[in-house]
Design a binder for this molecule. Structure first.
Ligand SMILES: Nc1nc2c(ncn2[C@@H]2O[C@H](COP(=O)(O)OP(=O)(O)O)[C@@H](O)[C@H]2O)c(=O)[nH]1
Ligand SMILES: [Mg+2]
Length: 634
């Protein structure tokens, strides 16, 4: 890991932790002064936790043997002094592998046996089933031990051709594949389906997660990769080899699995050391690298600024041997700059700003509220100091005025009961729209629609139907949430205009990202069905697995949307209820003060001392809140 990356990651962690601490301090502040509100508090703690547990995922996607694994070694693990992940000639990672840090478990390598592909459960489901995985401990203090253990990722097995077909790893129509059958009718398949590496490395501890993929084969056969992991990664590195140029399968991966997604992606032209040629001289070498760069950018339809030329192998070597000129020549610095100066800061910005946006409304409100109360105290003091035994009459008048205010206020507060009732009704409808029961019905009906045949035509029309029904539900939900928001906004307006309460901002419920997610699932389905290879009869089980993958993704999306909607209902309604209650309390307190003054006109002095005491208290609380706001500034 380079100094630059180390610096950026440390910076990220520091800012993130400071913000999370400030949000927790705000939760404490609320608890202490605004009474215990579990829902509100949990929400704030969740925001702080999400910030600290956020993972920045980088996916490395390319055909076999382009040097993905070597590049991961060079970028992130060179400080261990060994080639951590297996990427020697003829021995490379065979299964998709996630590398991350999870403090809840001891460092380990977990492997999912390839036979699990015969089962209908999705990868997402199997990830939650520890018993299916083979687990090996990793010793973070012993790089050699880790390197040896991680070699498991390269394991292969020979199985009869029929079994390979059943596993979805062999296509008997494919001439190229047929050549790989040995005399005994067996073919080589990866021993493992998926790998999970939990490692306490600084970059990973700071929230970086890496997805290494083996090649086109795995991309086509694991729906989770194409439906969720790759499009969900924050940045995708697509690798090419200078030795092979851009082949047909490279292009297929680029077009189908990388370029069409909206996430950030770059192309990396690897193995430039193969162009290093003493006879050509430095200038000649540079020219031929430049030529390949331009060609690649053109073929991939990318600006040249998004194509990088590196030698992953020499970069790793240079870092281990601390050879600066070789490191320079390897081109890895430009990729590290990209990570450190663009990808990581962009993520940091999004995360921190998102968290700040979620809490700033509440903070603003409480600041305004503190200020209002302080102003109120100042007024009371002024009134009290203008009083003496003579103008008892004045106090009586003031009290009468206050009683009228209170009456008017109670009328508005009563009116709010109607709003609250309507909101609750709409809210129930909203949650019903997004319930997983409703989704379950849709998915089961689609399954029935596909019938027993499971043809691609059946799948696509069923999926279209599913998508339409789901989209309709989202549109309806969005309309409901708009209504709720308008009702609440009108109520807040009334309290603000008629009674001078600080204006509460009702947040809006944004379901758009979920809708987009469902739409992109449909697109993936169309692409899947448009692929002639999937029309084969033997591929039927693939269709089934694909549908299960889509159903699982849809369910995840629905669950998240429901959770968001439920929480949104609470965080929109609760603050208003609290505000109404607190203001009533304030009016009652004032009336009580007046009563005291009237019954004991002589003790105005004593009353003033009491008011001053309360104001000191308020000012202290406000100072605490200001300090928290200061901490949040990024
Ligand atoms: N010459 C050269 N070979 C490389 C470079 N990077 C990787 N390789 C070799 O290419 C092969 C495949 O590398 P690997 O990282 O396993 O590729 P992956 O399948 O994309 O993960 C291995 O034999 C590596 O040693 C490089 O920059 N230069
Ligand atoms: Mg690899």
């Amino acid at each position: 890991m380079s100094a630059l990356l180390e610096q950026e990651v440390a910076d990220y962690t520091r800012k993130r932790d400071r913000l999370a601490t400030a949000i927790r301090a705000f939760a404490d502040w609320l608890d202490q002064y605004q009474g215990i509100d579990l829902e509100r508090n949990l929400r704030l703690i969740e925001i702080a936790d999400a910030l600290q547990q956020d993972r920045l995922t980088l996916a490395f996607v390319a055909e076999f043997s382009r040097g993905k694994t070597e590049l991961i070694n060079a970028l992130f693990f060179a400080d261990l002094g060994v080639r951590l992940l297996p990427s020697d000639a003829g021995r490379t990672t065979m299964c998709p592998t996630e590398i991350f840090y999870d403090a809840a478990e001891t460092p380990s390598l977990k492997l999912l046996p390839i036979e699990t592909r015969l089962r209908p459960e999705s990868l997402g489901h199997l990830k939650l089933t520890p018993i299916e995985w083979v687990r090996m401990e990793l010793d973070p203090d012993n790089p050699q031990q880790m390197q040896a253990t991680l070699r498991k990722l390269t394991e292969v097995r020979r199985v009869p051709m029929g079994e390979a077909v059943a596993l979805g790893l062999f296509d008997p129509e494919d001439e190229e594949m047929k050549r790989r059958v040995d005399g005994a009718g067996q073919v080589e398949v990866p021993a493992w389906r998926y790998g999970l590496v939990n490692l306490p490395h600084p970059m990973l501890k700071a929230g970086l997660a890496i997805l290494d993929t083996p090649g086109l084969n795995a991309l086509g056969s694991e729906p989770e990769l194409t439906l969720s992991s790759i499009p969900g990664a924050h940045a995708v590195f697509f690798l090419l080899g200078t030795d092979t140029g851009v082949t047909r399968s490279d292009l297929e991966i680029w077009q189908r699995h990388v370029h069409k997604h909206v996430n950030f992606h770059v192309a990396v032209l690897n193995k430039i050391d193969m162009l290093w040629d003493e006879l050509k001289g430095e200038v000649g070498v540079r020219a031929s690298i430049q030529r390949q760069l331009s060609d690649t950018a053109q073929v991939l339809k990318l600006p040249e600024s998004q194509v990088f030329a590196v030698s992953a192998q020499k970069a790793l070597l240079a870092k281990v041997k601390q050879d600066n000129s070789l490191l320079e020549r390897s081109g890895i610095n430009a990729l590290e700059q990209l990570l450190g100066k663009e990808i990581i800061p962009a993520r940091r910005e999004i995360m921190c700003r998102g968290a700040v946006t979620q809490v700033s409304g509440q903070i603003k409100y409480h600041r305004a509220d503190m200020m209002n109360q302080i102003k109120d105290g100042v007024q009371t003091l002024q009134q009290l100091s203008g009083l003496s035994g003579r103008n008892r009459e004045l106090v009586v008048q003031m009290r009468e005025q206050l009683l009228k205010d209170k009456e008017r206020y109670d009328a508005t507060a009563n009116q709010f009961k109607t709003t609250r009732h309507a909101v609750q009704q709409y809210g129930d409808q909203l949650l019903e729209q997004l319930s997983s029961d409703a989704l379950h019905v849709i998915l089961e009906e689609a399954r029935a629609l596909m019938g027993e045949t499971w043809t691609t035509a059946g799948l696509i029309s069923a999926m279209r139907e599913v998508s339409k029904r789901i989209t309709d539900r989202f549109i309806h939900s969005m309309r409901l949430s708009k209504n709720i928001q308008e009702y609440l906004n009108a109520a807040c307006d009334r309290f603000h205009k008629l009674h001078g309460l600080p204006k509460l901002v009702v947040p809006s419920l944004d379901l758009r990202s979920y809708r987009l997610r469902i739409e992109s699932l449909l697109e993936e389905t169309e692409a899947f069905c448009g692929d002639p290879a999937n029309l084969l009869v033997e591929k039927r089980f693939m269709i089934r697995r694909f549908y299960n993958g889509v159903a699982e993704e849809a369910k995840k999306t629905y669950d998240l949307a429901t959770k968001d909607a439920g929480r949104w209902l609470r965080i929109s309604l609760d603050p208003i209820i609290v505000q109404i209650r607190e203001h009533r309390q304030l009016l009652d307190n004032r009336l009580e003060n007046m009563r005291k003054v009237l019954t004991n006109v002589d003790d105005i002095q004593g009353e003033m001392v009491a008011v001053k005491g309360r104001m000191d208290d308020l000012r202290r609380r406000k100072a605490e809140l200001d300090a928290i706001v200061e901490q949040m500034a990024l």
